[in-house]
Design a protein around this ligand. Structure first.
Ligand SMILES: [Zn+2]
Length: 78
């Protein structure tokens, strides 16, 4: 009787990337909040604009991410 080992379910590439991404916020929420307006305005003016510190903080901090989203919604609302 052979025991069959069940291989662990394979992670999708996206799931692996999500695990590997460093979401340690570079900034404190206060610093993020101070830079929020500038970051969002730069982003709206030029979608290719990158602020790695802000992006990392927003990726790792749901509260600031939500804040950025509502600011973008506010600025893009007609
Ligand atoms: Zn934050």
């Amino acid at each position: 009787m052979s025991s069959q080992l069940t291989p662990p379910p394979a992670l999708s590439a996206a799931a692996t990337a999500a695990l590997l991404v460093d979401t340690t916020p570079y900034l404190s929420c206060d610093e993020c909040f101070e830079r929020m307006d500038t970051h969002v305005e730069a982003l709206l003016a030029d979608p290719g604009d990158h602020d790695p510190a802000m992006e990392h903080h927003l990726a790792g901090c749901a509260a600031c991410h939500e804040e950025a989203d509502s600011l973008i919604a506010l600025l893009t609302a007609d």
